[in-house]
Design a protein around this ligand. Sequence first.
Ligand code: DI6
Ligand code: FE
Length: 411
Amino acid sequence: MAGESKGRTAAVRIWRNARLATFAEGAAGQGVVEKGAIAARDGIIVYAGAEADIPAAFEQHAEIVDCEGRWITPGLIDCHTHLVHAGNRANEFEMRLAGATYEEVARAGGGIVSSVRALRAAGEDELVAQTLPRLDALIAEGATTVEVKSGYGLDLENEKKSLRAARRLSAERPVTIRTTFLGAHALPPEAKGDKDAFIDLVAATILPAIAADGLADAVDGFCEGIAFSVEQMARVFDAAKALGLPVKLHADQLSNLHGAELAARYGALSADHLEYTDEAGAAAMAGSGSVATILPGAYYFIRETKKPPIELFRRHGVKMAVATDNNPGTSPLTSLLLTMNMAATLFGMTVDECLAGVTREAARALGLLGQTGTLEAGKSADLAIWSIERPAELVYRMGFNPLHARIWRGQ
Ligand code: DI6
Ligand code: FE
């Protein structure tokens, strides 16, 4: 396929007879265009709008795809995942359902350290092989961009292995992968309880080496009582800033440590979870333009009862993304469609907010809004074509996939 266009003017491909939900910035609601069409050349959208208004130049020699009235949305974006991990923790789930406490699970060798042990034992090829079925599940529902965090390696070699495995996913499948270094995720056993010393290691040694190898697009951390403090995360963020890497934060998931304000202070692309964020946090995020990434899968799976303050985010004009948080401990979820249903049902997010949350706002949360996330000229031709009557169906159904076709970079 790639060789075909060599030596002649690249062909234009047109998807016509479609209804578009463009999610264009500034457009009302879903940015709907009835009787719409999209034209792309070299994988880039050159036209998105009314079919009647396609410039004649694009139509000559174009390859035409008749969408038969189907809906086209931007390709979906999962902007928060821990997709690269080894094994699973179904055994822990079973123990907890049988009444085991968190401590009992931990004493039986469970919890995050069991995932660290499994990842350290797995080779890079094995990690890629174990991750691909999860990636395929996301792709099968129209995902064209997926963020993948490290954070189960927790030493230089194993963090590198995770990020290399993540990068390799985009060679294995037609999808954009963004990698995030999450070295400050948990304390590895060899740190012997010394969080400050581990943070020094992350900030002064591991992160600079990862950056030197170009393995990370952003830096994240877990700011929580059971993980790292605001002060410790600030040291990691200072190091990220010095290396020119943007930051994100797991903030205020289980308690309000004011992680949202910390993220805002560092101009974070996003702060994620945010169940316990208060009005000061929402206001700070509005000021910095950080996206609030809402993760209903983790809320559901750990049976949290404190909901993220959606209404505060609305009132302060904080943009909201929606993501799976796929991970073996708190969100073994690989469906963005179900994630949207959860965001609507559990948190009262509207259909428009959910759909924008897995397209435009997810792109914003990754710093990729210039390249993808909406159907607009100049962006990558990342499309999802759906056999539905209205976009609300994508949020409404549970466990049903109406994807007709997925286009990544025009193909
Ligand atoms: N937040 C979480 O809920 C998880 N990590 C994080 O930063 C837990 C990940 C795990 O248990 O494996
Ligand atoms: Fe997470």
